[in-house]
Write a protein that binds this ligand. Sequence first.
Ligand SMILES: Cc1ncc(COP(=O)(O)O)c(C=O)c1O
Length: 394
Amino acid sequence: MFNKAMENVRLSPIVAISEEVNKKASETGKDFILFQRGEIGFSTPKYIVAAMIEALNQGLTKYPVSGGHIKLKKAIIHKLSNFNHVHGLEPENIVVTHGGQEGLQLAFKLFEGKKAVGFAPVWSCVLEDMVPYTSIDFRQIPLTGDFSINYDLLEGEIKDAAFLYLNTPHNPTGKIFNKEEIENVVKICSKYGTYIISDEAYERITFDGNEHFSPMQLDYENIIAAYTFSKTYAMTGWRLGYLVSRNKKITNLIKLGDYTQTAGVPTYTQFAGAEAILNTEMEKESLDSFMTEFSVRRNTLYEGLKAIDGVKLPIKPEGAFYIFPDFSEFVPKDIDKEESRLYIFHKLMDEGVATVYGSCFGKYFQNNLRFSYSTTNLEQIEEGVSRIKKALHK
Ligand SMILES: Cc1ncc(COP(=O)(O)O)c(C=O)c1O
């Protein structure tokens, strides 16, 4: 009776995992180490909060300008040019959205019912929410064992696809697709005119001098890029993001799409976003402090997991705040597929370590687990690693 597309949207398994953790913690009195969430532990920097309060005090509480306020759009154009090296954009190339999530959903909606492709593992929200909501026939192209791209597989699938969903820095692997890889991907897409929905949520969370490369730097018009303030500025709860495309027909359609749901982001939130970008001194200070902490956490978790015999780590994460090790060695060969899918996840849960199982990220890499270090401090990471060691060698 109801719209099938909406009935097909599923609750994120990450929410279900968090509920299971709460239940187990209250039953057993155990303190869990929480590696399952992509939430950021840091508070939003004070200079951004102050800008929102100031905007509210100025009375900016009326209906927002559809598509985004010019003040924020100008700040975004400045940021795209300076940081992403994407030049020549105008306010009409930008649509301000309620977080990256709304931006992606509106972009997917443009291609409703069509075939699309994306590299697997793929962010769970795409599989559980965006794809069912827009009735997209989504084909997963597995990355190789070290999370590289198999271009033959890509070319084989892309010929009749409407778009490629491309995420870099990548959730859940922490891989950054470098300039050469992006150039190769764009070359293949341009051969068939395939659109790229470029999800750059983690653009500023990069380690060891690895640089984020935006596909829009290249001379190809069929790109829709989705950005968010959530990760860069610890603004997950503010719900602020934006979409960018050189094709104004696309941004115009997306703006109309936004009318059907939220009719715009509150102006005071947008003013805070503009300040977040334009106060470059404070931006640097807060980002530097986030990155120093993330970097130590990443090293500790990576080294700790690497030191456990049998745990395979295809790469040292280059960006985002996830690590995606392979636990195949520890999965018994004689159990059925369903049991094996959750085997290691449950083993770690029994020891008080919460993660996300690989099947949340698609049909490949089912023996991997995603660990997020966005909320866990160093002490918790060390305790987590020692519990993992104990769980695996029991
Ligand atoms: C890969 C990826 N893209 C986009 C987002 C969207 O974030 P938000 O809706 O908070 O802007 C997330 C959030 O976790 C993510 O992991």
